[in-house]
Design a protein around this ligand. Structure first.
Ligand code: CTP
Length: 403
C-alpha cells in the first residue's frame, strides 16, 4: 500500500527523535521513499548519518545550503512528497506552523508544502497541557493538520502523563490510513441538497425545480475523498449516496434545524434550493373552493440557512461554500451574494431556462472566492462536484509562502 509513496519526514528535537529511525526502517520495508529533514535540535538526538543510512537518501537540514538549493530547492522538496510527516512534532515546531514562521528548513517546508501534514506530537506533559500548545493544535487541526498521539505513559523527563510520542507502529498505521481513507479523512462535512417544500395546507405546497443532483453529487465526492458527510436534503427522487449520513427534511425551517444539529463540521456546502418564502399561516385543513374568490396566499420570509450559519460566531465551519442561482448579471450578483451572506466561496450558476440547470445533468459554474474569480467549463454535475472537492482538498492542505 505504501510502495512508491513519497514521505517527507521532518524530525524535530526531542528524545523521541530516536523513534524516527524505526519509522524510517518500517517505511522502507514497505518500499516507501523517505526524504528526511532534521532540525538543529533533532541532530542532537539522532545523527544525519544513521538517518541517511536507513532512508538510503540524502538528509536535509540546512535552509541555506547552496548545494541543496541547486539540487533540489526547498519549495521543490516540500512538493515532491505525497505526505509530510512530522515525528516527533515538538511544541516549538507546532507553534511555528501555527504562526507561519519559516526560520529553518523544517518550518519553511511545512509552510511551503501543498501536501497534507501528519504530526506526531511529543513533549513534556506540562508543555502538552499548556493552553498555548492546545490552542495551536486546535487551530492547526481546523486547518487540516492530522494528529497521531500523543500517548500516556512515563516520559524521559521522569514525569508521567500525556506527551509520549505515538509508537512507530501507530504512526505507520496513521500513514497507511491516510493513503487508504482519502485526503479529507478526519474532516466532517455538511451538505444541503434538493428543494424545500413549504406547505400551504395538508395536500398542497410551494416548491421549486431543484432535483438535488448537484448537492448529492457533492456529498458523494466529499465522502469519496474521505470526509465524514452529513447530507441534509429536501424531497428528491435520488438515492442517498453510499456512506453518508442522510437527514431528510421538508421545509426550510426543518433544514436549518437539521444543519444546526449536524455542527460542528469543518466543511459546509449549501447546494439546496431553499424556498425563500413560506405560507405565513399554513392551513391545518384542506382549503376548499367555496365559490368565493381564491384565497390570498400571504407569504412569510424563511430563514436564510447559508447566511445564518456563515454569520454565527459559535461553531462556524472553517470553509463555507454557497451557490448562487442567477438569471442575469450572474457573476456580479453572485459576488455581492457571497459578501452579503458571509460565506467563503460561492459557485454561481445561470439558471435561465436555456441553461437547463434545474433538473438537468450539467452545470456551468463561475467560482468566486475572496480575490478570485474563475469560469469553469460546462460540466456534468458529478464533474463539478469533483472539481469543487479537489479545491477543498487543496484548501485544507496548502500553506503557501506569501512571497
Ligand atoms: N440559501 C439558504 N437559505 C435560504 C435561501 C438560500 O441557505 N433561505 C442558500 C442556497 O442554498 C445557496 C445560496 O443561499 O447556497 C444562494 O441561494 P439563491 O437562491 O441563489 O439566493 P437567495 O438567497 O434566494 O437570494 P435571491 O433570491 O436574492 O437571489
Amino acid at each position: 500500500m505504501l510502495a512508491g509513496k513519497r514521505i517527507l519526514l521532518i524530525v524535530s528535537g526531542g528524545i523521541a527523535a530516536y523513534k524516527s529511525l524505526e519509522i524510517i526502517r518500517r517505511l522502507r520495508e514497505r518500499r516507501a521513499q523517505v526524504k528526511a529533514v532534521l532540525t538543529a535540535a533533532a541532530e542532537q538526538f539522532v545523527t544525519p548519518l544513521s538517518v541517511s543510512a536507513l532512508s538510503e537518501e540524502k538528509v536535509y537540514s540546512d535552509l541555506f545550503s547552496l548545494t541543496d538549493e541547486a539540487e533540489m530547492g526547498h519549495i521543490q522538496l516540500s512538493r515532491a512528497a505525497d505526505l509530510a510527516v512530522v515525528a516527533p512534532a515538538s511544541a516549538d515546531i507546532l507553534a511555528k506552523l501555527r504562526a507561519g514562521l519559516a526560520n529553518d528548513l523544517a518550518s519553511t517546508l511545512l509552510l511551503a508544502t501543498d501536501k497534507p501534514i501528519l504530526a506526531a506530537p511529543a513533549m513534556n506533559l506540562r508543555m502538552w497541557e499548556h493552553p498555548a500548545t492546545q490552542e495551536n493544535l486546535a487551530c492547526l487541526k481546523e486547518r487540516g493538520l492530522r494528529i497521531v498521539g500523543p500517548n500516556e505513559g512515563n516520559m524521559a523527563c521522569g514525569e508521567s502523563g500525556f506527551g509520549r510520542m505515538a509508537e512507530p507502529a501507530e504512526i505507520l498505521a496513521a500513514i497507511e490510513a491516510h493513503f487508504t481513507e482519502g485526503p479529507l479523512a478526519g474532516h466532517r462535512a455538511l451538505v444541503t441538497s434538493g428543494p424545500t417544500h413549504e406547505p400551504i395546507d395538508p395536500v398542497r405546497y410551494i416548491a421549486n425545480r431543484s432535483s438535488g443532483k448537484q448537492g448529492h453529487a457533492i456529498a458523494a465526492a466529499l465522502r469519496a475523498a474521505g470526509a465524514r458527510v452529513t447530507l441534509v436534503s429536501g424531497p428528491t427522487c435520488l438515492a442517498d449516496p453510499d456512506g453518508v449520513t442522510a437527514v431528510s427534511v421538508v421545509s426550510a425551517r426543518e433544514m436549518l434545524e437539521a444543519c444546526q444539529a449536524a455542527l460542528p463540521v469543518e466543511i459546509a456546502v449549501f447546494a439546496a434550493a431553499v424556498a425563500d418564502w413560506r405560507i405565513a399561516a399554513e392551513s391545518g385543513r384542506k382549503l376548499k373552493k367555496t365559490g368565493r374568490p381564491p384565497p390570498p396566499l400571504q407569504l412569510a420570509l424563511n430563514p436564510d440557512i447559508l447566511a445564518s450559519i456563515s454569520q454565527q460566531r459559535e461553531q462556524r465551519p472553517a470553509l463555507i461554500v454557497g451557490f448562487a442561482a442567477e438569471t442575469e448579471r450572474v457573476v456580479a450578483q453572485a459576488a455581492a451574494k457571497r459578501l452579503r451572506k458571509g460565506c467563503d466561496w460561492i459557485l454561481a450558476n445561470d439558471v435561465s431556462p436555456a441553461g437547463e440547470v434545474f433538473g438537468g445533468d450539467c452545470n456551468t459554474i463561475h467560482f468566486i472566492a475572496d480575490g478570485e474569480s474563475e469560469a469553469w467549463p460546462r460540466l456534468d454535475k458529478s464533474a463539478v462536484a469533483e472539481r469543487l472537492v479537489a479545491r477543498i482538498v487543496k484548501h485544507f492542505c496548502i500553506r503557501e509562502i506569501g512571497t
